[in-house]
Design a protein around this ligand. Structure first.
Ligand code: NAD
Length: 355
């Protein structure tokens, strides 16, 4: 039996955070407090499946608010912090980097300070058992050429305002462990996809536009390669890292699913043609439209997940094919979820390019 822990999840109303919370409440004895500002990316609808569970609670709060973070730590008294709150969309970081510095850098600093103050107030054995798990991205490593993989030993070389802000936060986390002995762990994951993914990202955007017969925008020639992981596999990996990972370590998380963006879009077209045929639209691949490439677009990301497999026994359950099929089915069955997001919030923004 697993001892019940108290887990503070920042960003728990986001795409990955909500998957983590659904995993915790659905498959463990632990309790959760979600701390989330509910920016455009935060959505309580994604937590509806756990909303009535007595082990789940929610507070709307900005991680940059230091007094409030101190209060939350003192009141909830977490055993584990899983820090996912972040600005996460690369295109938005190019158009407006300020929020990325504020939330990802200053917010992580604020949370580390609150965690440190709380941790110092603990006595043994709680102090040794405490974990601050910082959730990060493989984008901190920069771009790969045709060969090789990112691993825990790869040097940091971030290229976008987003990845630079995440790299900064990783460095802060390491400094707080090294300097103040706060028991931290970092994980760096490749691109996630799956249910409840905000429709500005490649996979949900393509599914929705394909369903509606709208153009399917692909950056450049669609040759950029990402290593895709089903979000529920990531959520299980994160829980494994938070509860079994070793202090001071980092873990690279990925599923060996390297695909070019064009291959991803073609795979979605085939699935939507099969699951939602529409004679008025015809074959969805005909909707693919190449658009001007993202500035500074990293060519290739790929993860070597050997360490988490060997040391913690985590392996993904889904292949890209099985995960993508589940994802397309989810968007077909949950139109209300994405219709609500699209109504108004997005008009006039980058998504407008393809609307
Ligand atoms: P998301 O954008 O879907 O969710 C982010 C959440 O953080 C939202 O609920 C938002 O309301 C909240 N938030 C933003 N600013 C906040 C603030 N100042 N205070 C409190 N809450 C705030 O992001 P995601 O895709 O779920 O990513 C979660 C984490 O995982 C991020 O740290 C991201 O860098 C990392 N990550 C994402 C991916 C991916 O493919 N999506 C891959 C690897 C790592």
């Amino acid at each position: 039996t697993v001892a019940a822990r108290r887990i503070l999840v920042t960003g728990g109303a986001g795409f990955i955070g909500s998957a983590v919370v659904r995993e915790i409440i659905g498959h463990t004895p632990h309790s959760v407090l979600v701390v989330d500002k509910l920016t455009y990316a935060g959505n309580l609808d994604s937590l509806a499946p756990v909303a009535d569970d007595p082990r789940y609670s929610f507070i709307r709060a900005d991680i940059v608010d230091a007094p409030l973070m101190n209060e939350i730590f003192a009141a909830f008294r977490p055993d584990i912090v899983m820090h996912l709150a972040a600005e996460s969309h690369v295109d938005r970081s190019i158009d407006g980097p300020g929020e990325f510095i504020r939330t990802n850098v200053v917010g992580t600093f604020t949370l580390l300070q609150a965690a440190l103050g709380f941790w110092r107030s603990l006595t043994e054995p709680q102090q040794s058992a405490f974990r601050f798990h910082h959730i990060s991205t493989d984008e901190v490593f920069g771009s790969l050429g045709d060969e090789g993989f990112f691993a825990e030993t790869t040097a940091y070389s971030p290229n976008s305002p987003y990845s630079a802000s995440k790299a900064s936060s990783d460095h802060l986390v390491n400094a707080w462990r090294h300097t103040y002995q706060l028991p931290t762990i970092i994980s760096n994951c490749s691109n996630n996809y799956g249910p409840y993914h905000f429709p500005e990202k490649l996979i949900p955007l393509t599914i929705i536009n394909a369903l509606e017969g709208k153009p399917l925008p692909v950056y450049g020639a669609g040759a950029n390669i990402r290593d895709w992981l089903f979000v529920e596999d990531h959520a299980r990996a994160l829980l494994t890292v938070a509860t079994q990972g070793a202090v001071g370590q980092s873990y690279c998380i990925g599923g060996h699913n390297e695909k070019s963006n064009l291959d991803v879009v073609h795979a979605i077209c085939a699935l939507v043609d099969e699951l939602a045929p529409d004679p008025a639209i015809g074959r969805r691949a005909g909707l693919i439209t190449f658009v001007t490439d993202r500035p500074g677009h990293d060519l290739r990301y790929a993860i070597d997940p050997g360490k988490i497999a060997v040391e913690l026994g985590w392996r993904p359950r889904e292949t890209f094919e099985s995960g993508l099929r589940q994802t397309v089915e989810w968007y077909l069955e949950n139109r209300a979820w994405w219709d609500r997001i699209r109504s108004g919030v997005y008009r006039g923004e980058r998504l407008g390019v393809v609307a």
